[in-house]
Ligand binder design. Structure first.
Ligand code: ADE
Ligand code: ZN
Ligand code: ZN
Length: 299
């Protein structure tokens, strides 16, 4: 290959990276969520998570939390695409598992909340079941669960079916042409990082962590608890998301509109709170999954 061809391949890669995909929170959103979760893991959960992580993660859960987005377009993993979101009928600002959790072909449970139940069950059955035979790839289960708990907190991952959660709503983010879904996956976080955090994601993570311990400390117990001793409870998270989608994401973001300071500054607090909630809830879920066995053994 000569230098000229390499230059074109480089440009092609750059262009492909700029095409907004229908991914979850962007890479940075998932990284923030899993970094926050890591800090709230119990000792038991932390040991179990480290044992399940692939070698390339080098013990860091956050480094593999975007893996389901990286593989979803590969032929082998195409079935996992519908697991990143759940859509409601157009203009319905509530969510119901039985009505909404299916893929385009109508297959039940093929949605983000169904996936969260499924991967939690896989990890639970291996760590807390009576049968010692492991039927699932638990490394994949952990990476999928960590990713999807993040996705279900992105308001437009529980959006309207007709606009694919804002993917077909073309808008401008300041001067850049994009779509509403991408604004919520990436642009708000990216603009915040540049404007308020000196272009350094770890400053943003630190600021959210400080908010959790100061501003939201009274809310943590409410955020992390599930009804009736359930191990995991994605349904209320999805209800919150479609509510926020109606109140904040879709509002004043009609096709062709230009979103700038007033939209950015009023929506950023929503994004930061959702990142915090998903981190806390992911940690609480993993703590419940990896604590049950030891509590039985101690009896
Ligand atoms: N495709 C269809 N609906 C979607 C959503 N809410 N989020 C991401 N991708 C989608
Ligand atoms: Zn997305
Ligand atoms: Zn996703």
């Amino acid at each position: 290959m000569d230098g000229f061809e390499l230059l074109w391949i480089g440009r092609l890669i750059l262009v492909l990276q700029l095409i907004p995909g229908v991914l979850g929170w962007g890479k940075e959103g998932h990284y923030v969520i899993c970094k926050i979760a890591e800090a709230y893991l119990s000792e038991d959960a932390s040991v179990a998570v480290k044992a399940l992580l692939p070698d390339r993660a080098e013990g860091d859960l956050a480094s593999v939390c975007s893996w389901p987005d990286e593989i979803r377009h590969h032929f082998h993993w195409r079935w996992s695409g519908p697991l990143h979101y759940v859509d409601t009928p157009d203009f319905r600002c509530n969510y119901e598992y039985c009505r909404d959790c299916h893929d385009y072909a109508g297959r039940k449970d093929m949605c983000v909340t169904g996936a969260i139940y499924n991967y939690t069950m896989q990890l639970m059955s291996a760590y807390n079941g009576s049968n010692s035979e492991v039927k699932y790839n638990l490394t994949e289960a952990l990476m999928f669960l960590s990713h999807f708990v993040g996705d279900v907190h992105q308001p437009l991952h529980v959006g309207f079916i007709g606009d694919e959660g804002g993917n077909t709503i073309t808008v401008r983010w300041y001067r850049r042409k994009t779509n509403l879904h991408h604004v919520w996956d990436n642009m708000i976080i990216e603009s915040a990082k540049k404007t308020f955090y000196d272009s350094d994601l770890s400053n943003m993570i630190e600021s959210i962590q400080k908010n959790i311990t100061v501003g939201w400390s009274d809310d943590i117990l409410l955020w992390e608890s599930c009804a009736l001793g359930q191990t995991v409870c994605p349904d209320p998270y999805a209800s919150e998301s479609i509510n926020l989608a109606c109140k904040f994401a879709y509002r004043n973001a009609t096709p062709g509109s230009t979103l700038k300071d007033d939209y950015f500054l009023s929506r950023l607090p929503v994004v930061e709170k959702r990142l915090a909630q998903s981190g806390i809830r992911l940690a609480a879920t993993l703590n419940r999954i990896f604590a049950a066995r030891s509590s039985i053994a101690q009896e």
